[in-house]
Ligand binder design. Structure first.
Ligand SMILES: [Zn+2]
Length: 227
């Protein structure tokens, strides 16, 4: 019965997903109410539904930078730091994280789904497509298929990736080689496992990964609800 109810809710969600942000929020929130069960995601017929990662896995560290003023915008643009993504993105991310956990690490997230209006604000500040997607075309973040991440060790300490998240300079590139062997090893480990689980890297940002199968998904502008 639980599954049937969820499927019915997804259908309603899909019907209303082009409506106002408020409608979408309410439906998204009520559709996926804290099942804490990743296996439920595998039963969903619609891979494109937005879900809250925390409802399906507690094995990630969330450090959502845009819910603070510790970001290049220097302002808090999210009311709270939730990680919403399309369910197919979450499935792949959970599988990748399982492999990192086996190696003694886990994924720390800096950003997930990002409303299109936030993308517009970013573009106003950094109108440079090497670092920020033009909102006219949109980012995969706006489609629920991109994550900004790093790895932490068993003590929760971030691995050295050579630069901070959102460092807009050549040092952030996968092609920048003037880095310590430790940094290169860490970046390679992150990239190798993310690619294995259906993601692709972004040349100029070591922290950004797109689900390969996300480019045709629609841009979104809903804002999630906060507790
Ligand atoms: Zn990103």
């Amino acid at each position: 019965m639980k599954l049937k109810r969820m499927l019915a809710s997804i259908y309603i969600f899909t019907l209303f997903s082009c409506k106002t942000a408020t409608n979408t929020n309410l439906i998204a929130e009520s559709t996926f109410s804290k099942s804490n069960d990743i296996s439920m995601l595998n039963k969903l017929v619609n891979d494109s539904v937005f879900v809250n990662l925390s409802d399906y896995s507690k094995d990630f560290i969330l450090d959502m930078k845009y819910a603070t003023d510790d970001n290049f915008l220097k302002s808090k643009v999210y009311d709270c730091g939730s990680c919403y993504l399309r369910s197919k993105t979450i499935k792949s991310l959970v599988e990748a994280n399982k492999e990192f956990i086996k190696k003694g690490y886990k994924i720390k997230l800096f950003d997930c789904y990002r409303p299109l209006d936030v993308q517009k604000r970013m573009w106003e500040i950094v109108p440079n497509a090497t670092y920020v997607a033009n909102p006219k075309r949109g980012s995969i973040h706006n489609r629920g298929g991109a994550v900004d991440i790093t790895l932490v060790d068993k003590n929760g300490k971030e691995l050295d990736m050579g630069t901070k998240f959102d460092h807009f300079g050549p040092e952030s590139s996968h092609f920048f080689s003037n880095l310590s062997s430790e940094v290169i090893k860490n970046r390679k480990m992150l990239k190798k496992i993310m690619l294995k689980y259906g993601f692709e890297s972004f040349d100029s940002e070591w922290w950004h990964y797109n689900l390969t199968d996300a480019k045709k998904d629609k841009l979104s502008n809903f804002n999630w609800e906060c507790d």
